[in-house]
Design a protein around this ligand. Structure first.
Ligand code: ADP
Ligand code: MG
Length: 677
């Protein structure tokens, strides 16, 4: 029985008002209600009176020693008094305004009462009578002003009574046996009405597995659907041509690059629809991998496009790709938002009639006015910078093109599993040979002179320097002012001998490009910039990165910034200027000086800031789990992922009755996810 199809209105006492209150908690049907779990328990272990402190909430167990007496006072107020014998001491228990509890106290029978202990009077202000054979743990739910704890608990009880024998267990039996997991009825009762803390914990462990497992099955089913329905394009690329292109590169690909190139090309040539995430730390050389893949698509007769998050980055890709491919008669174009209408129409025309083979662009690529002739392959650079919808929009510009999404933000293992379980992942886990570790130092602002000395020395040595100024406020004008002050300072100190440039978000695009080009051509020695250079920018000769107010940045962002240097032969340095005001900022500075490993940093960042922050607000695809926590419960998550993927590989099992409930659940639950990225 699908409890998600049963309206809450079926429950006694639920009218429009309660329906609305429940909805405001995200509870829309009986299933939601039963799986609306408490966020903590109040443990009501029975206490001996010797251990009870004054005003402490305790559970007393005893024998009813007197007839309960109900008396009235004030306006419609009642008091119920009853004596119970606890360890040979007679204790007076008083309940206010719950006269009906009278029936629960029959002289001579066992009883358990939860309430507030008054040490002086040796009496208890009763709060509730506990079913002596039932649970002594009280579930606490997150509620809002529209609905009380009590109302909710009662509704859950009613729903459980009425529907518990209709709950279908979704996790297949063989998996539950393997990991000693409870079935869904046990989970629901164990979590809502545990007899003790241990039982609650046990149910919760099973619930976490169940939650992760269902999510992973959802991802698997999307993935399989994708493969079945959308048979991918078979790109019969020119092997010799690609081999020669790789051989002619000015450098040798690293083993890791070679490996991921093979993975990608194999996918392209197969009927498999490629949806692949390419992960690699900053500077690991993702761009060239994507260029090889795009070139392969072109030799197979398709157009390829790469979408970057900023104009600076798109421009940089365009320059590099153009240089590499022009001798091969591959036609490339750059499409950004800053083109005039005439330029835009001209370029868009050539994209539409197929004259252009490889198109580099920003989100301008997904405008309605852009049509491709035969888009077979797309690359999304810095993919976490794009929203799910933007990525989808680019895909829809072609007939189910293969997708390569690249990210320089190393996504921790946990998030890779949770959010990208539906994608294949290729990882470049190696930097090009000869790269030296960026040496990182942290100084406080009172020691800023040391930085000036250091920069002088490095400039005299031919280095180029980035100086990054932070986002001081939400206001761009303020940030600009800050950047300008620092620019003035550097001009005053170094301006006679060196060229100082400035770059900020408010400059017109052509001016930004001109500045970047000058920096790239070494016409600028020191580039003072707001964080517009944060992603992707590649100027190998730059070897010093100075970051002001570094404590204002997150770890991953600092790592990205630092990744702008250390791209050439020269020993590179990163100097963090920071006066951290709290422990976590201090911790960030220390971690950064101690490791260059982006994955380690990303894991740390995740622990410190949480997933939402790390991926940015636009990452709407990030799932929210109710019971499980992908960071703390990583072990359960991994096992769930493993089991889900094995199950989907196993056709016999997938067709057996054992997975019937699971399949029906997934089909409904994840239907909307088929529109997912
Ligand atoms: P990211 O992975 O951060 O996007 P890029 O693709 O920008 O890194 O590459 C960083 C730099 O390393 C570029 O200058 C690129 O030309 C260079 N590079 C890429 N692969 C190699 C390699 N195998 N050997 C040497 N240099 C390489
Ligand atoms: Mg890059």
């Amino acid at each position: 029985m699908d409890l998600r199809k049963i309206s809450l209105a079926e429950l006694p006492g639920v009218g429009p008002k309660k329906l609305e209150a429940l909805q405001s908690l995200g509870i829309n049907n009986v299933y939601d209600l039963l799986f609306y779990f408490p966020f903590r328990y109040e443990d009501m272990q029975a206490k001996s009176l010797d251990d009870a402190a004054d005003q402490e909430k305790i559970l007393l167990k005893g024998v009813v020693a007197s007839e309960p007496v109900v008396s009235r006072f004030g306006y419609k107020k009642t008091r119920l008094n009853v004596r119970i014998l606890v360890d040979n001491e007679s204790v007076m228990v008083t309940f206010f305004n719950q006269p009906w509890l009278k029936d629960k106290f029959e002289t001579g029978t066992d009883v358990a009462v939860y309430g507030k202990w008054n040490e002086n009077r040796r009496s208890l202000m009763g709060m509730k009578v506990i079913d002596i054979h039932g649970n002594s743990v009280d579930s606490v739910y997150s509620v809002n002003k529209n609905i009380h704890q009590k109302t909710l608990i009662n509704l859950i009880k009613v729903a459980y009574e009425k529907y518990h024998d209709q709950i279908d267990t979704v996790v297949p039996a063989y998996i539950r046996t393997k990991y000693k997991l409870l079935d869904d009825v046990q989970i629901v009762s164990g979590i809502h009405f545990p007899k003790n803390q241990e039982q609650g914990d046990e149910a919760r462990r099973s619930a976490k597995f169940r939650e992760f497992f269902l999510f992973q099955c959802g991802l698997q089913s999307i993935k399989r659907n994708d493969e079945k329905q959308n048979v991918g394009i078979v790109e019969k690329y020119d092997h010799d041509f690609i081999g020669k292109f790789i051989g002619d590169l000015p450098f040798q690909l690293t083993d890791a690059q070679n490996r991921v190139v093979r993975e990608i090309l194999a996918d392209m040539e197969s009927t498999h629809h490629m949806n692949r995430l390419l992960q690699g730390d900053v500077g690991s050389g993702k761009t060239i991998v994507s260029v090889i893949a795009m070139l392969a698509a072109v030799t197979a007769g398709y157009q390829a496009a790469i979408m970057a998050p900023t104009e600076i980055l798109a421009q940089q890709h365009f320059d590099k790709i153009g240089k590499l491919l022009a001798p091969l008669h591959i036609r490339t174009a750059l499409l950004t938002g800053s083109l005039t209408k005439k330029e835009h129409d001209f370029i868009a025309g050539d994209i539409e009639n197929g004259k252009t083979n490889i198109i580099v662009g920003t989100h301008a690529l997904i405008q309605d006015s852009v049509d491709f002739k035969d888009l077979g392959f797309i690359v999304i650079d810095e993919q976490h910078r794009f929203g799910v919808n933007q990525r989808k929009a680019l895909r829809e510009k072609g007939q189910n093109p293969d997708v390569l999404a690249m990210t320089a933000t190393p996504i921790p293992r946990t998030l890779a599993i949770t959010t990208y379980g539906d994608m294949d992942v290729s990882r470049i886990d190696q930097l090009p040979a000869g790269r030296k570790k960026v040496e990182t130092y942290w100084i406080r602002s009172q020691k800023i002179e040391q930085m000036y000395h250091f920069v002088t020395k490095e400039l005299n040595d031919g280095a180029q320097v980035y100086v990054v100024t932070p986002l001081i406020s939400e206001s761009e004008t303020m940030d600009l002012k800050n950047a300008e002050l620092i620019y003035d300072k550097f001009t005053e100190l170094f301006g006679k001998k060196y060229h100082i440039g400035i770059l900020h978000g408010q400059m017109p695009n052509d001016q930004k490009e001109a500045v970047m080009k000058d920096f790239s051509d070494k016409k600028i020695d020191v580039l003072v910039s707001t964080t517009v250079i944060e992603v992707g920018v590649d100027v190998p000769n730059a070897s010093v990165m100075v970051i002001y107010d570094a404590n204002r940045f997150g770890l991953s962002q600092l790592h990205q910034l630092r990744g702008r240097v250390g791209r050439g032969e020269k020993q590179s340095y990163c100097i963090l200027i920071a006066d951290p005001k709290n422990e976590s900022a201090t911790e960030r500075m220390k971690i950064l000086t101690s490791t260059n490993d982006g994955f380690v940093l990303a894991e740390e960042d995740l622990k410190m800031r949480g997933a939402g922050d790390l991926l940015g607000n636009r990452q709407s695809g990030l799932p929210e789990f109710k019971v499980g926590n992908p960071v703390n419960d990583i072990n359960i998550l991994e096992v769930a992922q493993e089991e889900a993927s094995q199950l989907f590989e196993n056709e016999a099992l997938m067709n057996s009755p054992e997975t019937k409930a699971l399949k029906s659940f997934i089909n409904d639950e994840y239907e909307q996810l088929n529109n997912f990225d």
